[in-house]
Design a protein around this ligand. Structure first.
Ligand code: TXA
Ligand code: MG
Length: 313
């Protein structure tokens, strides 16, 4: 892996784009200090320029150098969860330019735990700006093959790192303005965050346009998808005169053309989710029906992604 990682770091230094594995999803990386590289990153993703991007680092110290204030809460969360699937939003230092913050006075920072991501960040030294390595609005990639299918030749190198362990994007906590706020639920739960901070965390309106994870329809397959309560699934299947693909906990129904059965635990479900949505999307069906997951707090992040995947277009 080392020679490949060295090559990846050289590509980044030259202003190129490198897709790399993280424990959450694959990221599309660019040198976070280079306006040109980040512009190319946004163009490749098809992402609006006023959307901020997360900057990744090999260590807590490097990450915090991009913040001008590091509140105690940020240190506590970093000590507990970094390296790992957590992003914190802090007031930016001079190192975080407008082109990575979407012009805002804050910056998103993360220290990923995936071995390949870590080695790349160590080799590169600086911050790597990296949104999920998919076209804007579509399902995030959890394998190198997903990245190649989405971005093809538009990316200079795709580092291989196996299927992402977590499978959904990092938990995002905003610590840039007083009280901590949860901007995006993830595998690190609200309760785990509150236990470390010993205080309540408010939930920000997820429709805030300043972070793309908050857009109504995001993480979405191309085939129209709908969330259906468990007890309505049978009725819906009966009613639909179309080719239907189903994502459910229960056993396959023979009337249905394509059926994927999902794990009953939220971690297992999250790990499989995006690959499953991609598979259903290419099954040649006109509708995707998704059996709604439980209401319990442990399912918050999965529910969030499913609601977005199923939001009306
Ligand atoms: O797990 C992840 O976080 C993955 C991997 C690659 O690290 N990255 C990821 O990036 O999901 P992206 O760009 O797809 O989503 C980042 C979210 C967006 O909603 C972005 O707008 C928000 O973080 N964000 C970044 N900086 C922010 C800031 N300063 N204020 C508010 N939201 C911010
Ligand atoms: Mg994304």
């Amino acid at each position: 892996m080392k020679p490949e990682i060295r090559r990846a770091a050289e590509i980044l230094r030259a202003g190129g784009l490198v897709a790399f594995p993280t424990e959450t999803v694959y990221g599309l990386g660019a040198d976070a200090s280079s306006a040109e590289a980040v512009a190319r990153l946004y163009a490749t993703k098809g992402r609006p320029a006023d959307h901020p991007v997360i900057v990744h680092f090999s260590s807590k110290e490097k990450a915090f150098s991009w913040a001008r204030e590091v509140p105690a809460a940020a240190r506590q969360l970093a000590d507990r969860f970094w390296p790992g699937p957590l992003t914190v939003i802090l007031k930016r230092s001079k190192l975080a330019k407008d082109f990575v913050t979407g012009g805002q006075d804050s910056v998103g920072l993360r220290v990923p735990s995936h071995r390949v991501a870590h080695e790349l960040l160590e080799m590169f030294q600086g911050g790597i700006a990296a949104p999920s390595a998919n076209r804007f609005g579509l399902v995030s990639p959890t394998t190198a093959a997903h990245v190649r299918a989405d971005l093809g030749d538009d990316v200079d190198l795709v580092l291989e790192g196996g299927p992402s362990e977590v499978g959904i994007e990092s938990t995002i906590v905003d610590l840039s303005s007083g009280a901590a706020a949860l901007l995006r639920p993830g595998s690190i739960s609200r309760t785990e965050l509150e236990d470390v901070l010993r205080s309540k965390i408010e939930e920000k309106s997820l429709s805030s346009p300043r972070h793309s994870g908050g857009l109504e329809r995001h993480y979405a397959p191309r085939t129209p998808a709908r969330l259906v309560a468990k007890h309505d699934l049978d009725k819906e299947i009966e009613k639909l005169k179309q080719r239907v693909a189903v994502l459910a906990f229960s056993r396959p129904d023979e009337r249905v053309d394509y059926w994927l059965r999902m794990p009953r635990n939220p971690e297992g479900y999250a790990r499989r989710l995006y690959a499953a949505l991609r598979e259903l999307d290419t099954a040649g069906c006109e509708t995707i029906l998704v059996e709604a997951p439980p209401e319990a707090p442990a399912w918050a992040a999965v529910r969030d992604r499913l609601q977005k995947a199923c939001a009306a277009r």
